[in-house]
Design a protein around this ligand. Sequence first.
Ligand code: NAP
Length: 432
Amino acid sequence: MRHVAVIGSGPAGYYSAEAIQKQFGDEVRVDIIDRMPVPYGLIRFGVAPDHQSIKAVYRRYEKVALSDNVRFVGNVLVGRDISIPELQSLYDAVILATGAPHDRPLEIAGASLDGVIGSAAFVGWYNGHPDFAELDPPLNVAAAAVIGNGNVALDVARILSKTPAEFAGSDIVGHAFEALGRAAIRTIHILGRRGPHQIAMTPKELGELGHLEEAVPQVEPGDFPPAIDDALLEPGQRKSVTHLREFANLPGGKPKTIVFDFFAKPLAIEGAGRVERLLVERTRLDEKGAAIGTGETYAIDCGLVVTCIGYQTPPIEGVPYEADRGRFANCEGAIGEGLYCVGWARRGPTGTIGTNRPDGYEVAEKIAADIGTGGGKEGRPGLDRLLAARQVDIVTFRDWQKIEAAETARAREGNPREKFVALAEMLGARGR
Ligand code: NAP
């Protein structure tokens, strides 16, 4: 029998468990450990609440979770409740699938002013992450600036623009739903330090901005290269740029505007104790496509800044880490003897949910090559003994099903669930 521990129950964690099951069949036991009492990581806390079709992939993970040789061990923080060396002594392979839940910092003056919020915190707030329930972002302001030209910037701008009716069928948490319903924001700037051809936004997500009830996107046609240059783009990117160009033809007359500020590099954030304005330098592209400051500056008045400039994997003591790339130092997923990483913890925060699947299959093959017919460490009983001795209150998948049923039962009408936000509420819903 082989024993494998997967740290993290998001997409990378479950795809790895699935792949390991397929690789070893009945000859393996997989424990998926998560610091949260609830599974699915990014699916629950990262994917936008109005993108339920993307979240539906959790059904596939559920199938894996319900199989006999896979176990969910929630409410266990690796590094506090158990160490990596302890896990390595108990399991034949330990896979880090910890994602990239920390913000890459925006290193400019004023970035620590009140009202400057990283996307991990802002997204966590509207998705009911316990760490960000108390965020209380300033929404009683006329304008917000969203920094970054990726899909997270789109999510944040869209969530800030939607009317309460547009959240029907979503699982946005009650505190965010109510706060956003009272928001005064009328202008949302999305800042890209480069141009329309360099956006990291995908077509479907960008297209959604053109169909909002109360908000209309606005672009400056002068920011675009000649239309003929779009032919040089790969098809997906060309589609995105076509959406952007079409935004110029949308009728105005809606109360909210989403302004695309291209060639706009954040220089500093200013305000008396809290953000009042964002100073920006206009850029141009050099021959390699990098943004170069032109020296021309302007200010955007705003009371909220959300930075959406990428994420980092939190380091774990004793595990080699590449600080500049915000991920574990690894060679195609291998970190050291019996220690592996997958997903954003391996590659950095890029790609879609499905991109994590091949990582899982690759790591399963690596583990098979490394341990062959070997294995034989103690696995589950050893983990249970250690956690019991430390009085760790573990959450099983059956417990999660009770939490899930309680969240479904208390959903606002038409919505799939009303998430518990406090850890104590989640633990209490197990009904023990
Ligand atoms: P991303 O796609 O890497 O975009 C980050 C953006 O931040 C880029 O436009 C980048 O500009 C900009 N940036 C980085 N450092 C900056 C700085 N110092 N100042 C100004 N701008 C800066 O990251 P993301 O939006 O966080 O998304 C992460 C991953 O999740 C992506 O793969 C994304 O597609 C995926 N995702 C998918 C969905 C969906 O499918 N619905 C939703 C959300 C996220 P440069 O290009 O100039 O570096």
